[in-house]
Design a protein around this ligand. Sequence first.
Ligand SMILES: Cc1cc2nc3c(=O)[nH]c(=O)nc-3n(C[C@H](O)[C@H](O)[C@H](O)COP(=O)(O)OP(=O)(O)OC[C@H]3O[C@@H](n4cnc5c(N)ncnc54)[C@H](O)[C@@H]3O)c2cc1C
Length: 385
Amino acid sequence: MDIQLSDKARIWQHKAREFAEQELIPWEEHAEMNAGELPAKTAARHREIACIELGLSRMDAPASHGGLALSMEEQVATWEQLGRVTNALCWCFPEAQHWMFEACTPGQIDNYVGKLMDGSAHDAYAITEAESGSMETVNSTAVATATGYKLNGEKWFVTSGNLADFFWVQAKTDGGFDSLFLVDKDSAGIEIIDNPLFSHTFAAHHPTYRFNDVLVPLENRVGEADAGMSYTRSWFRHERLMIAARCCGAATRLLEEGTTWAKQRKIDHEMLADKQSIQFMLADSANELWAARLMLYEAARAHDTDTDLKSLHTRCAMTKLYCSEMANRVCDRVLQIFGGRGYMRNNAVERFFRELRVDRIWEGSSEVQRMVIAKSLLKRGLQNM
Ligand SMILES: Cc1cc2nc3c(=O)[nH]c(=O)nc-3n(C[C@H](O)[C@H](O)[C@H](O)COP(=O)(O)OP(=O)(O)OC[C@H]3O[C@@H](n4cnc5c(N)ncnc54)[C@H](O)[C@@H]3O)c2cc1C
């Protein structure tokens, strides 16, 4: 089920596959049994390979800043292979995204974004609040004073909060603008008010933070006061595409494992793979995976050819919606094929069953993606989506 890829994309696909298979997958069970944590030396080795040897933390950064400036096709080919891994072991590097270099001042690039490129700093994105997950309403406030902005509010589900050195925080400024700020995690007034456990077993936690009169330097506002949401949408487009890529990688591994198992498991002297209902499950999964991958690479190439931004936003929503729902369906079928063994935590299928569920929720739930798609269809028409 090959997809036409450029030679460069194939090289990245191969490098990422090797990293996933040789370095990360062997540690999955250890992570699962140890709250997502790896021995410090192993985690450092993974970071070194990802950030320094492969340069994954700067794959989206512009060449003028020392980045690899990979095309979206190449990045998707990379993340697809990393998606084969459970327990988020592939999140062993931060990522300096292209839009950050357009949005940030030279000082912000030196102090924050640049440090993501070699993994010397880690970031986290804080948008969601208690009252507003699906809606893009922000109640946190950042009031300008002579010495800086005073930030107040609560942010939920801040992924990698425990690993981060700084946050991208969205807050309302005077005049009701949604602004984006770079906030040092060790700033006075930041408190963790909850650090809940989630279905998956990841080293990256998702704490809830309260910001109490946190003083943010004036120069830490990113771009114009009213530009915060447009940067967040850039973040969404990137993340949605990469979530879709990881979902395709996960579904590929699931289907491979399900097929291998069905061909070796005998029930009543007959191979599981010979039973038609099992074949149908495999066939539906292969079919949907093929469709998802075509969609994913088409959206990535649209990114690379400067497709109109609104249309791109819709395509990223469509791709994230389809690929995440596809991966959950494939996982459910493959778990069924494994029977009781599929429900054991030492089986990757069981881990994916818990881990893939959130891909239908974060970075905009499936319902939110449908709202984006419907709005685009009704406003712009099918031809311009
Ligand atoms: C593990 C995890 C990590 C996360 N990481 C981050 C992070 O790093 N940074 C960050 O800012 N946020 C993060 N999030 C938050 C995530 O983006 C939100 O959970 C998500 O946007 C949904 O918001 P909500 O949970 O408040 O659900 P709600 O907004 O309360 O929605 C509940 C349900 O209603 C549905 N719904 C909402 N509106 C409509 C409608 N109009 N029509 C039909 N259905 C609707 C939703 O789809 C959802 O199924 C994370 C969440 C999780 C679970």
